[in-house]
Ligand binder design. Structure first.
Ligand SMILES: [Zn+2]
Length: 417
C-alpha cells in the first residue's frame, strides 16, 4: 500500500518534457484539465478515533486507486489520487481530530489530485484502501493512522525512499536554439496553484486565482509590444513546486523571472497595505520580509512535496550568486519596478525589501517577487480584484520591463545571459 510518489519527477515531465518546443517558448504551458463532470468526486469527509488511532474517511462517487505515504519536517501524510473533483461541504476541511491536525486537498498536477493530512506527530499509515459502494453506502476511501515514535517513523520513511522511484528529474535542457527568435524571454510566475491556495481573503478570494489572472493580463500586455517572448510557469490551477519554477526559467534561458503574489497578514499583526517588491537575500531586510519568505517557501510543504532531496540553503546559493551579476540586475530591476509602481499602485511603506525566497534562487536569471497587495486588507483586495487597477498595474510592470531592457535591446543583447 505504501509507495513513495515522486511528484517532482512527474511534474518535471509535464513541464519540461519533449513537449517544450519553440512554440511553447512564447506561450504559456498548456495542460487542459479534464471536464469536472466526468471525474470521480469526493462528496464528504469524516474523521474519527483518538490520538492513538485515527480513521479518515472520504465518500466517493466511484472506486479509485490510492497510494499513501508519510513525510517528516513537518509530519504529514500524503494521499495521492487520480484527478478528481472535491465537492465537499464548506466546513469539511475544518475537522481536526485524533492524530489529524488539519488537512487540505486539490490538484497536484494534470491527472492527479492529492490530500495532505497534517498530523500532530509521527504516524504510521496502517491502512489505505477504497471500499466498494454497497447498498445505501457510497464508495469510501479509508486511511487508518496509528501513532508511532520518531525513530520508527524515520526508519519507515527511509525504507520507502529506497523503494524504486520514478526516473530522476532530468536537468532542464537549454531553450531550443534555431527558433530564430532572439527576443529576451520574460518568465511570469503566478504563485501557488492547485492544492496550494496561497493567501485567502476573509470574503473567500484566493491568492492563486488573483495572481494567475494578473499574470495573464501582464503577459498579454508584454506581448503586445512585440519586444519580448513571454512564458508562464503555470497557466491554470495546477500546483508547481518552487524548484520547478526556478528550473523552468533557467531551462528556457529566461532573461527575467517575475514571481507574482498577494500577501495576507494575520489580524493580530495589524493592518498593512500596498505593493512590495522583493529580491533575494540571506538576511531578511526586516521581520515582515522574513515572515513572508517563510510563508511563501511553505508552498512545497503545503502540497506534500518531499523536500529531503532538495538543496536547502539560500546561503549556499548566494555564495554562487555573489560571483555573478544576477544580483545586481535583480536589484536594478526591483528599483525600476518600484519607481513605476509609485505612480499607479499603492505602495507599502517600505516597498523594496529582500529575504530568502526559494523561487528567486536562479543564479543566472535576474528574479524579483512582487506582492501586489494584501488579500487581508479590504481596500487592497478591492484593487486586486478590480479590472481597472489590474490594467493600470500591469501597464506599470510592463513599463518597468521596458525601462530595464531598453539599453540592453539597444546594445543588441538580451541582458546578462
Ligand atoms: Zn504567495
Amino acid at each position: 500500500m505504501l509507495r513513495r510518489f515522486a511528484a517532482v519527477g512527474v511534474l518535471a515531465a509535464v513541464l519540461l518534457g519533449p513537449a517544450v518546443n519553440a512554440a511553447d517558448r512564447t506561450g504559456a504551458l498548456s495542460a487542459n484539465a479534464a471536464p469536472t463532470e466526468s471525474l470521480p468526486a469526493a462528496t464528504d469527509v469524516r474523521v474519527g478515533g483518538d490520538e492513538k488511532m485515527t480513521r479518515f474517511v472520504v465518500d466517493l462517487t466511484q472506486k479509485i486507486e490510492v497510494t499513501a505515504f508519510a513525510l517528516a519536517n513537518p509530519y504529514r501524510v500524503v494521499v495521492d489520487l487520480p484527478q478528481m473533483a472535491f465537492n465537499l461541504p464548506a466546513k469539511a476541511a475544518e475537522q481536526s481530530r485524533g492524530l489529524i491536525k488539519a488537512f487540505r486537498y486539490g490538484l497536484i498536477m494534470q491527472g492527479g489530485s492529492r490530500i495532505v493530512l497534517d498530523t500532530k506527530g509521527p504516524v504510521r499509515v496502517e491502512k489505505a484502501f477504497v471500499l466498494d459502494a454497497t447498498g445505501d453506502q457510497p464508495a469510501r476511501l479509508v486511511i487508518d493512522l496509528a501513532t508511532t515514535d520518531r525513530d520508527s517513523f524515520m526508519r519507515a520513511v527511509s525504507l520507502e525512499t529506497r523503494a524504486p522511484r520514478s526516473p530522476p528529474v532530468k536537468p532542464t535542457e537549454a531553450a531550443p536554439k534555431g527558433s530564430g527568435d532572439t527576443r529576451p524571454l520574460i518568465v511570469l510566475d503566478p504563485g501557488h496553484g492547485g492544492i496550494d491556495n496561497g493567501a485567502k481573503a476573509a470574503s473567500g478570494e484566493l491568492e492563486k486565482d488573483v495572481v494567475l489572472n494578473f499574470a495573464q493580463l501582464l503577459k498579454t500586455r508584454l506581448e503586445a509590444g512585440r519586444k519580448y517572448q513571454v512564458a508562464m510557469t503555470r497557466s491554470d490551477d495546477t500546483f508547481i513546486a518552487l524548484a520547478e519554477r526556478v528550473k523552468f526559467a533557467r531551462g528556457h534561458g529566461a532573461a527575467m523571472l517575475i514571481s507574482i503574489h498577494a500577501d495576507a497578514i494575520p489580524k493580530s499583526e495589524g493592518q498593512a497595505e500596498g505593493a512590495t517588491v522583493y529580491t533575494l537575500s540571506e538576511n531578511a531586510s526586516d521581520a515582515e520580509a522574513a515572515r513572508l519568505a517563510e510563508a511563501e517557501n511553505k508552498a512545497d510543504v503545503i502540497a506534500g512535496v518531499d523536500l529531503t532531496a532538495e538543496p536547502g540553503d539560500v546561503a549556499n546559493i548566494l555564495v554562487d550568486l555573489a560571483q555573478r551579476e544576477t544580483k545586481t540586475y535583480s536589484a536594478q530591476f526591483a528599483r525600476t519596478l518600484v519607481g513605476e509602481l509609485k505612480a499607479t499602485a499603492r505602495l507599502h511603506k517600505n516597498p523594496l525589501k529582500a529575504a530568502g525566497f526559494k523561487v528567486l534562487t536562479a543564479p543566472d536569471v535576474p528574479s524579483v517577487l512582487v506582492e501586489l497587495g494584501y488579500m487581508s486588507t479590504k481596500d487592497d483586495l478591492k484593487q486586486l480584484t478590480s479590472a481597472a487597477w489590474q490594467a493600470k498595474t500591469a501597464a506599470a510592470l510592463a513599463q518597468a520591463v521596458d525601462t530595464y531592457f531598453a539599453p540592453r535591446l539597444a546594445r543588441g543583447a538580451a541582458g546578462p545571459n
